[in-house]
Design a protein. Structure first.
Length: 108
């Protein structure tokens, strides 16, 4: 996960896991001029009801990194369906599940 600046000076977060990339602006960075997000009031919650699942190669290292950032909301543990994961929240309130590689049919 890293933060980047756009040409207009506003920042956004970039999360990458293998070929998957998620980019989004922080709410506080100002979305007024954005072609899509600018139509919403700034006090509306972003990410409510959305869970983003990211499969990572080294779950333990990712967990430590998330702990350092202070964004872990559910600790790393083995789930009943046989995979380990942890849950985090990003600065805009998106709920993120970081998980290890597993058979897609066992993922919940």
């Amino acid at each position: 996960m890293r933060e980047e600046a756009e040409r207009d000076g506003k920042s956004y977060t970039v999360m990458r896991s293998g070929d998957a990339v998620i980019r989004h602006r922080y709410r506080q960075a100002g979305l007024d001029g954005h072609e899509y997000f600018g139509r919403f009031r700034s006090d509306e919650p972003r990410g409510l009801g959305v869970e983003v699942v990211l499969t990572v190669e080294d779950l333990d290292v990712t967990y430590v990194h998330a702990q350092v950032l202070g964004c872990v909301v559910a600790d790393l543990r083995l789930r009943p369906w046989g995979v380990r994961d942890f849950r985090a929240v990003d600065p805009s309130g998106y709920y993120l599940r970081f998980t290890e590689q597993a058979d897609a049919s066992s993922d919940r």
